[in-house]
Design a protein around this ligand. Structure first.
Ligand SMILES: *[C@@H]1O[C@H](CO)[C@@H](O)[C@H](O)[C@H]1NC(C)=O
Ligand SMILES: *[C@@H]1O[C@H](CO)[C@@H](O)[C@H](O)[C@H]1NC(C)=O
Ligand SMILES: *[C@@H]1O[C@H](CO)[C@@H](O)[C@H](O)[C@H]1NC(C)=O
Ligand SMILES: *[C@@H]1O[C@H](CO)[C@@H](O)[C@H](O)[C@H]1NC(C)=O
Ligand SMILES: *[C@@H]1O[C@H](CO)[C@@H](O)[C@H](O)[C@H]1NC(C)=O
Ligand SMILES: *[C@@H]1O[C@H](CO)[C@@H](O)[C@H](O)[C@H]1NC(C)=O
Length: 282
């Protein structure tokens, strides 16, 4: 049987432990705010053979010398890129990326950690991590980088003795896209029976030239040629009238979404540290 004294003693101890825990939690989150920073990346796509950008931003810090930017790629041992003490540090860089990367050094101070990647290759696709350390704390975020080829279509009219055909031609696509025609006058019409699309491998054996011909078109109607793969969608519009030909085209990257991550690792440590004397007491 526990005496009244013992019950009161243990009750007080319990209350102290609960209060200490609550205080530690509040302090822990207060301090952890200084130890984790927000880092945001944007899913992006690279056009093979051209230069690309892997986009990453972070909470800016006025102390440039305290900023370390590390880009890593899943499955690659060395670093993709490192920037510290105000300059690039290539010492731990993987061979795959040698001479091909750069941060925008003058933009780091405003919180831009984006990486420029020269001559994007198909094999550059994958999961990258943008890891930032500043005097305020650390943070990181992942980025899915897709690679392929995409280009704007050029629209032309092919005059023929008996009819007028439209020709939609785009020089570089990969993976193989789908091509769909549409018209403003007959919306929802299926033109697959009156068109012909062909793909021709370019000399580097990866990208292909896309040519699609739409037969027997009418004057005064606007036709659209839509080329799409898992990376991009391009549209070319053409309208032929008695006196002129109007053209318009645009290209859009698909699935551009931001991902953001605040590291919560430090919060846990700072909650546990003040608690440990009480845990040892038992
Ligand atoms: C970072 O800076 C570069 C160069 O000025 C710019 O092209 C890019 O859009 C910037 N990125 C972000 C996320 O602001
Ligand atoms: C004209 O178009 C028709 C089909 O629309 C095709 O059979 C014929 O070969 C074309 N002629 C020329 C000279 O392109
Ligand atoms: C158009 O018709 C073809 C067959 O003629 C069919 O394979 C295709 O799925 C149709 N497209 C649409 C968008 O309905
Ligand atoms: C489609 O185009 C290809 C290449 O230009 C040609 O070989 C083929 O005969 C054409 N098919 C039709 C149905 O016009
Ligand atoms: C492309 O493929 C052809 C035949 O398969 C080959 O002869 C040529 O060397 C290849 N070109 C390149 C750049 O790999
Ligand atoms: C096309 O439109 C113009 C002006 O709106 C008109 O004068 C012409 O007759 C039309 N042509 C056809 C073939 O519908």
């Amino acid at each position: 049987m526990a005496s009244l004294g013992q019950i009161i003693f243990w009750s007080i101890i319990s209350i102290i432990i609960i209060l200490a825990g609550a205080i530690a939690l509040i302090i822990g989150f207060g301090i952890s705010g200084k130890h984790s920073i927000t880092v945001t990346t944007f899913t992006s796509a690279g056009n093979i053979g051209e230069d690309g950008i892997l986009s990453c931003t972070f909470e800016p810090d006025i102390k440039l010398n305290g900023i370390v930017i590390q880009w890593q790629k899943e499955g690659v041992v060395g670093l993709v890129h490192e920037f510290k003490e105000g300059k690039d540090n290539p010492s731990d860089q993987d061979k795959m990326f040698r001479g091909r990367t750069a941060v925008f050094a003058d933009q780091v101070i405003v919180g831009n950690a984006s990486l420029r990647l020269k001559k994007v290759q198909l094999t550059d696709a994958g999961t990258y991590k943008c890891h930032i350390t500043t005097t305020k704390g650390k943070g990181n975020a992942n980025l899915e980088y897709k690679t392929g080829a995409f280009s704007m279509p050029e629209m032309n009219v092919e005059y023929n003795a008996s009819s007028e055909n439209l020709r939609c031609e785009a020089p570089r696509w990969f993976p193989q896209p789908t091509v769909v025609w549409a018209s403003q006058v007959n919306q929802g019409a299926n033109f697959s029976e009156v068109s012909n699309t062909s793909f021709e491998l370019n000399s580097e054996n990866v990208t292909m030239k896309v040519v699609s011909v739409l037969y027997n078109v009418n004057i005064n109607n606007t036709y659209s040629c839509m080329i799409e793969n898992n990376i991009a969608k391009a549209t070319g519009d053409i309208k032929v009238t008695d006196s002129e030909i109007k053209r318009r085209s645009h290209l859009q990257l698909l699935n551009s979404k931001a991902s953001s991550c605040v590291s919560s690792f430090f919060a846990i440590i700072w909650v546990l540290l003040p608690l440990s004397p009480y845990l040892m007491l038992k």
